[in-house]
Design a protein around this ligand. Sequence first.
Ligand SMILES: Nc1ncnc2c1ncn2[C@@H]1O[C@H](COP(=O)(O)OP(=O)(O)OP(=O)(O)O)[C@@H](O)[C@H]1O
Length: 270
Amino acid sequence: MTALRLEGIRLRFGGVTALDGLGFTVEPGTVHALIGPNGAGKSSCFNVISGHYRPEAGTVAFGDDDLTHLPPHEIARRGVGRAFQNIALSAHETVLDNLMVARHRLTRSGFVATALGLSRVRREERLHQARVTEIAEFAGLGGKLDTLAGALAYGDRKRVELARALASEPGIVLLDEPAAGMPSHEKWDIAHLIVSVRDALGISVLLVEHDMPMVMAIADRVTVLDFGRRIAGGTPAEVQNSPEVIAAYLGSSHPEAGAVTVSPAREETS
Ligand SMILES: Nc1ncnc2c1ncn2[C@@H]1O[C@H](COP(=O)(O)OP(=O)(O)OP(=O)(O)O)[C@@H](O)[C@H]1O
């Protein structure tokens, strides 16, 4: 099991400092939420971890691997999966095909062998399909493998996005607002799915989510950002009582402002 560590991350866009000496650790086997008001730097942080943005200072490490200057596909190869907020599936391909593409980093057969249809290639392909089918069932997509991604309801597309991140067998997944736009009952289904990613698959989860009751119910640890800095961190109960956090949210125009001060019952997640 591997920890994800960020230290001293600084990222600027012209005159805007998006991340300002940011550091935190996602302990192995935990659900870790990254929260903060609009513009706090959450997406920028995800983009730095996944290699889409390059910080001007600081380091990102996953276990012994320094990810800081690697391109996105190399970071994915080292076990950091990501599900995007704006679902980026191939609408004209089936769920199975969307998941198989994501599994590509694990396939060993080269292009020529694949084109020749060698039996080893076919055997390998069958093994990958079997595993992808298991992952799809785990994500609640059983029976939908042959459906075109574009024909799925919104909630199922969010599930495919999550399953796609799992298909590359990561050690940690970054989930960017997995419950955004979902009705309440589907939102809690996704919350339970995230908890079982941790418990059944042993994969750590780093989560950006604006839904505070959900965050407070499922997160083991919470890191709070404001103006690109870490202003608090700890258990959900600890951050809810932090004066810095309350001040940051009360000063925010975001609709969740104030929600961080309510105390939803923490679900038993183990
Ligand atoms: N590509 C970019 N170009 C210029 N400025 C950017 C860019 N991306 C982010 N920023 C700025 O960096 C700061 C952090 O933005 P970021 O999107 O990371 O915050 P966030 O916490 O994800 O916000 P939200 O909750 O609204 O998604 C903001 O001031 C934002 O305007």
